[in-house]
Design a protein around this ligand. Structure first.
Ligand code: WTA
Length: 655
């Protein structure tokens, strides 16, 4: 861990209270904090009543096997029924659930009644393919309606899904399929991105030759490009799903039945399968979506721009919003296709009222220029959200002024794949927000900031963010590795959950997130571990050693900077350094995916190491961020840093 981040503490005195008009219509008032403080478990039991339970629960929380929680014990429910069927049964079958827009401009509105039919057909197809409750299904799809349908169909039959971001490479897909021992992979022929067609099926073909558990690959025809086909294994979605019956009786599953596994980066090279279950997860995503986004199901048009490959897509595109009977926009493509005002065009045409996105996107739009959003009518917006990394005050103010027209509350939401749902955020009708602060823990959630000895810090001081009480949507562990769960989250500070983030309490007790304090990088809101990229680099025959750091980046939050030592025998003298660097960047993209491609690769002769052989990343970060190098006295060879710095000065922008 490092406390470097604490040196960036800044002061922010501006405050923006909700307008009287917004406060008067808000779903949740300040009383929620008091109610939850008086009886936390009764508060969560009340929130669980937002859902339809086939069998009511008899106990709210069983924490006797801590840190393995059980919530809503004895309760049984079906997640897909809660997200779809019950809305049809209560008379909202004609309400549009999904307003899909493809990158090419193709559109499809799907009502709740249609969604019920499609999810039922897909559930029947899963059954025909031999999938039963408990089997794992890997989903490797672009952001198209079939992705949502596939997830809900898995939930409906009790088969935990493992969604793998469609930007990941074959090797990354393969290791995730194998860890989960998935029986089925659902994918597409390709996807539309940035005006081109990106094939997806080849990555699946490459992965499944090494995944013995996979019996079938179900393929959505999205682009019509040619694909390789393995008879008997590969099946078209339209051949198998479309002919199924549109009725399917949802079975109720235990509140602790696994709902999904989602792989995320930790501090080692192997991604961890974060496990989420049914009742507690759905309760907290539904409550937080209602409270933090102030959703009015009859009038709002909600748009969360996250991909379903990330936890934000699971909790705030699929499960929370649909449980709350949302009408939402789903957009397949990139923000600059065909022009850089695509998002604002979507907001204008769909009359979007709630927009939830990431700081890296906001900073990109700032760079592209105010004239783009100003050229569109954004007056339908009434609330803005941010997630994924700390939002700097400048971006917050720009979001408020240029996108929100100074009238929309901004909810900066802190949470993690592991927490499953939002933990720290303003309540939009209650909280006076400070630009850049996530403010305070939501009702029913207990967070604190502590020093190295687990002592709560005073106001005005920085430390480590911890969560002090179990919460309904918390991870139930790491798939197939309970010990890694205990060691990774509950050992830094005895018996409390350590999130891996630094934070500061300001003079008023508001929480300011300061970024990760471990070896996890945050690039455009995506978690990538330094070791994962290092392993990919050293797997290349020309690399002897590699060290990777996340360096501050004005747009992406952090950028990946790699320091590599080449194998002299493997590098041809005549081969230009830049061609090796290009080859290594492509190699990382091939091993993990384009999101892990280093921004910069610096070829060095030595790496700074302690006498015990540990790489001192702090010093490399100083170099990468072009700062004076800090205290290097613990280095085995103190001359190394000046060698590196000199080498870099000679090759300043090699990338
Ligand atoms: C960071 C994404 C500051 C944090 C939902 C956390 C944030 C990691 C915020 C989890 C925020 C997320 N302010 N930092 N509002 N939201 N983070 O698992 O470092 O992809 O630990 O979940 O993102 O990333 P993950």
């Amino acid at each position: 861990m490092s406390t470097d981040a604490f040196s960036t503490l800044s002061h922010e005195d501006r405050e923006f209270a909700p307008s009287a008009e917004f406060a008067a219509q808000a779903n949740v008032t300040a009383g929620a904090y008091d109610a939850a403080a008086q009886d936390r478990l009764a508060f969560w039991a009340e929130q669980a009543a937002r859902l339809s339970w086939q069998t009511p629960f008899t106990e709210v929380l069983d924490w006797s096997d801590a840190p393995f929680a059980k919530w809503f014990i004895g309760g049984k429910l079906n997640v897909a029924y809660n997200c779809v069927d019950r809305h049809v049964e209560s008379g909202f079958g004609d309400q549009v659930a999904i307003r899909f827009e493809g990158e090419l401009g193709d559109r499809r509105d799907i009502t709740y009644a249609q969604l019920q039919d499609e999810v039922s057909q897909a559930a029947n197809a899963l059954t025909e393919l031999g999938i039963v409750a408990g089997d794992r299904v890997a989903i490797y799809l672009p952001l198209i309606p079939e992705a949502v349908v596939a997830m809900l169909a898995c939930a409906r039959v009790g088969a935990p899904h493992s969604v793998v971001f469609a930007g990941f490479a074959a090797a990354a897909l393969e290791s995730r399929i194998n860890d989960a021992e998935a029986k089925l992979v659902i994918t597409a022929d390709g996807q539309h991105r940035r005006g081109a067609i990106l094939p997806l099926k080849p990555a699946v073909d490459g992965a499944v030759v090494n995944t013995p558990t996979v019996a079938n690959v179900l393929v959505v025809k999205r682009t019509g490009i040619d694909v390789e086909w393995v008879e008997g294994r590969d099946l078209w979605w339209h051949d198998v799903v479309d002919r199924q019956s549109t009725t399917h009786a949802p079975e109720a599953f235990d509140s602790e039945h696994p709902l999904f596994i989602l792989y995320t980066s930790g501090t080692t090279g192997t991604p961890k399968g974060i496990l989420h279950t049914t009742g507690g997860y759905l309760t907290q995503v539904a409550y937080t979506h209602h409270a933090v986004f102030d959703l009015k199901p009859d009038t709002d048009v909600y748009w969360c721009t996250a991909d379903i490959g990330w936890i934000t897509g699971h909790s705030y595109v699929v499960y929370g919003p649909l449980a709350n009977r949302v009408t939402q926009v789903i957009y397949e493509g990139t923000p600059d296709t065909p022009t850089q005002d695509r998002w604002w065009d979507i907001v204008e045409r769909h009359r979007v009222t709630i927009l939830y996105t990431a700081p890296t996107a906001i900073r990109t739009f700032m760079k592209w220029g105010d004239h783009l959003p100003q050229g569109k009518d954004l007056s339908s917006l009434r609330l803005l959200g941010s997630v994924g990394e700390p939002i700097n005050p400048e971006a917050w103010m720009w979001y408020r002024e240029v996108i929100g027209g100074n009238r929309c509350p901004i909810v900066d939401t802190w949470w993690q794949t592991e927490t499953g749902a939002i933990m720290i955020a303003p309540l939009p009708g209650v909280t006076a927000c400070k630009p850049g602060s996530a403010m305070r823990a939501l009702p029913g959630i207990s967070a604190d900031v502590v020093d190295d000895h687990a002592v709560p810090v005073n106001h005005g001081t920085g430390g480590y963010l911890i969560l002090t009480e179990p919460w309904p949507a918390m991870l139930r562990g790491i798939w197939r590795d309970p010990q890694r769960y205990v060691d990774g989250y509950w050992k830094h500070f005895e018996d409390v959950y350590f999130a891996g983030d630094g934070a500061k309490l300001d003079d008023d007790g508001a929480i300011w997130l300061l970024g990760r304090v471990d070896d996890v990088m945050n690039v455009s809101g995506h978690r990538i571990s330094t070791t994962e990229v290092e392993s990919a680099l050293v797997s290349h025959p020309k690399v002897a050693e590699a060290a990777v750091v996340g360096a501050t980046d004005a747009t992406t939050g952090q950028g990946i900077v790699a320091f590599v030592i080449l194998r002299m025998d493997a590098v041809d003298d005549h081969e230009g350094r830049s061609s090796v660097v290009r080859e290594l960047r492509d190699h990382v993209a091939h091993e993990i995916g384009p999101i892990a491609k280093p921004r910069q690769i610096l070829v060095v002769a030595e790496l700074p190491k302690t006498r015990s052989g540990k790489i001192m990343r702090r010093l490399l970060r100083d170099v990468a961020e072009q700062r004076d190098v800090g205290d290097a006295t613990t280095l085995a060879d103190p001359a190394v840093m000046s060698l590196i710095a000199a080498g870099l000065a000679a090759n300043p922008s090699e990338d």
